[in-house]
Design a protein around this ligand. Structure first.
Ligand SMILES: [Ca+2]
Length: 527
């Protein structure tokens, strides 16, 4: 043995003894790309029944596993805090991310991962609440909940939000100027792809969290993208729902196809009580405007899908696709928000958008009551509600060689499950203390058995609360309370996922015990 070989053998031996962490990080552990989009309905993407062209997301499904019963927390902020912490959102009016919580960024960094977040944050724009303060090595995007897609420096319209500015940043630097031709969805795709390529050259595995603001309002899209959908929605929301429902049957998406819930016609005092306008009765000009809203929304999803294609290509180009777990989901159900929450707001909305085509960056449009609901076909209600239309999300996992291709699971999962899932992938653990603070015990459970095609021990209970809406699910039973109904309804989701046949009077004892369990949960999470 020559001298240099002897030395290198000695060095290797020493390294093996003194540095098990270094040895571990030479690294078989998978990378994780977690893609979260914003206000996408349950059935918008092709592989969940949608007519929108989403070949790249559909390819993830063809190469991976679809979850049909996966849940978020009904709205942007609650979902983001729960997904990042493995904890139900705490209800008290304090920052969502607290010192007794660890984020996925912090937990994965602690496990030896490079970490990045691209896009929407919405959990605080000042220290110590920014992404770079909470575990992400690299951040680029809008710190707030949404922004103008073509120019994020444009303030919100006065009618909607009093002219509020939406902070945008790269790491700790604010960005206030955006070049001609800029579009957030493209910029997020490009930033995530570039970060993946950079991380792949390092010696750590990586966790990249890509959070699109698409297809959240305002509806902004390129004319050439909208053109791909012109005329596709002229039959209205009911027809779109029926077509999606039919396609879900053809896809064999559900173990047993739920019926379509009936049209929403709520006119109560909850601020998200909407009735669905009668398509046939709409004046021609209004119907054309309505069509343009859904065409633009479809264009935004289409553009995002092509961006996801570029991000997936970056995994291939970096040679890491085979050892990367890719996850895709939405943060809440399709959004029926309409600007009529304050006196004069709706008039301001019409005045602001007058003579501006839907999709144009000068306008500020919403997809509206009919489409927002229909995007969740076959389910009931939409964003903010705890009916399935508010909290059920499409969810896809691709992990080559580990997750069966083109498979579907009906096991129930929840966004609080990502923390233990990712920590198991990272061969790490959930700490009891972090940064000198005691950490709340994690509330999610690992999804890895489901990824492997096994039956996992399910959550005994899953609970929700938002703006006076409530729900608790135990097995196939779901107890749900609407903010304007103010009474518990009971559904057997196995037979009735669309929540149309209320069994509360038939099973009063079950209502009592599940309501008691929900109240105990509510008390536990209220602070
Ligand atoms: Ca959202």
């Amino acid at each position: 043995m020559n001298i240099s070989r002897l030395i290198s053998t000695a060095v290797l031996t020493v390294l093996c003894f003194v540095s098990p962490a270094a040895e571990l990080s030479a690294d078989h552990r998978p990378n994780v790309l977690l893609i979260l989009c914003d206000d996408l309905g349950y059935s918008d993407i092709g592989c969940f029944g949608g007519e929108i062209q989403t070949p790249n997301i559909d390819r993830l499904a063809a190469d991976g596993l679809r979850f049909t019963q996966f849940y978020n927390c009904a709205v942007c902020v609650t979902t983001r805090s729960a997904l990042l912490t493995g904890l139900y959102p705490r209800q008290a009016k304090k920052p969502r991310l607290r010192t007794n919580m660890i984020t996925l960024g912090e937990a994965m960094r602690r496990a030896g991962y490079a970490t990045s977040l691209t896009g929407k944050w919405h959990l605080g724009s000042e220290p110590p609440l920014r992404p770079i303060d909470r575990g992400f090595d690299e951040y680029y995007g809008v710190l707030d909940g949404c922004c103008n897609f073509f120019n994020p420096a444009t303030p919100d319209p006065v009618f909607y939000n009093g002219g509020r500015h939406r902070p945008f940043a790269h790491n700790d630097e604010r960005i206030t100027k955006f070049p001609e031709g800029y579009y957030t969805t493209d910029a997020f795709s490009e930033h995530a792809a570039a970060t993946i390529k950079r991380f792949a050259q390092g010696d750590k595995p990586f966790f990249t969290h890509l959070c699109y603001t698409a297809p959240h309002f305002p509806l902004h899209a390129f004319e050439e993208d909208i053109a791909r959908y012109r005329g596709k929605y002229s039959d209205g929301y009911l027809a779109m729902r029926e077509q999606r429902h039919k396609r879900q049957a053809e896809l064999g998406l559900f173990a047993s196809l739920p019926g379509l819930s009936s049209e929403e016609d709520k006119k109560g005092d909850y601020r998200y009580d909407y009735d669905v306008p009668d398509w046939e009765q709409l004046p021609d000009a209004d119907r054309e405007r309505e069509e343009a809203r859904m065409e633009t929304y479809a264009a935004m999803v289409d553009r995002m899908d092509r961006g996801i294609g570029r991000v997936l290509a970056s995994l291939d180009e970096a040679g890491v696709a085979d050892n990367t777990v890719v996850i895709f989901l939405s943060d809440n159900g399709g959004c029926a928000s309409w600007p009529n929450g304050r006196p004069g707001q709706e008039e301001g909305f019409f005045k602001y958008n007058k003579d501006i085509p839907v999709g144009d960056g000068r306008g500020y449009e919403f997809v509206g009551k009919g489409w927002g609901w229909a995007q969740n076909a076959p389910f009931r209600q939409f964003k903010t509600w705890c009916y399935e239309g508010g909290i059920a999300t499409p969810m896809i996992v691709r992990w080559p060689g580990k997750v069966a291709r083109d498979s579907i699971t009906h096991q129930v999962g929840h966004i609080i499950d990502f923390m233990p899932t990712l920590l198991e992938l990272a061969e790490s653990n959930y700490p009891t203390e972090f940064n000198g603070n005691k950490i709340l015990p994690v509330e999610g459970k690992s999804l890895l058995p489901v990824f492997r095609g096994q039956k996992r021990d399910e959550h005994e209970s899953l609970s929700w609360e938002l703006f006076g809406n409530r729900a608790i699910r135990q097995g196939d039973w779901k107890l749900v309370w609407g903010a304007s109904e103010r009474t518990w309804e009971l559904y057997d989701l196995k037979a009735d996922r669309s929540e149309t046949n209320n069994l509360a009077t038939k099973y009063p004892e079950r209502v009592t015990t599940m309501a008691r369990d929900w109240e105990a949960w509510q008390e536990r999470t209220e602070n």
